[in-house]
Design a protein around this ligand. Structure first.
Ligand SMILES: [Zn+2]
Length: 98
């Protein structure tokens, strides 16, 4: 089953820092795609029904593979977005529970 987790761009907000338990390198095969904002919207919204903004990034994982998509146009710190998305690869649920 594919787990798909988008994060929306909220101007002025930093990406939520992941809980320590999920905040570590992904042990499987990680593919990072840095794409334009339009491209990220397209790739990340493929499975999203309601859309309220541009995505900063998203990730989807299949077993021990995880794909992270990062918008190069987002105002977020790209490394913080990457850290956030890798935490999702590590199993952090989409509701960002602590
Ligand atoms: Zn998230």
């Amino acid at each position: 089953m594919i787990k798909f987790v988008p994060i929306l761009l909220l101007i002025g907000c930093a990406p939520i820092a992941p809980p320590a338990i999920y905040d570590h390198p992904f042990s499987g095969e990680l593919l990072i795609k840095r794409v334009s904002g339009d491209e990220a919207n397209r790739m990340c919204n493929a499975y999203v029904i309601s859309r309220t903004g541009s995505v900063a990034g998203c990730s989807y994982s299949m077993g021990n593979r995880c794909v992270v998509i990062i918008s190069t146009d987002s105002l977020y710190d790209k490394e913080a977005v990457l850290r956030h998305e890798i935490a999702h690869c590590n199993g952090w649920p989409a509701d960002h529970r602590r």
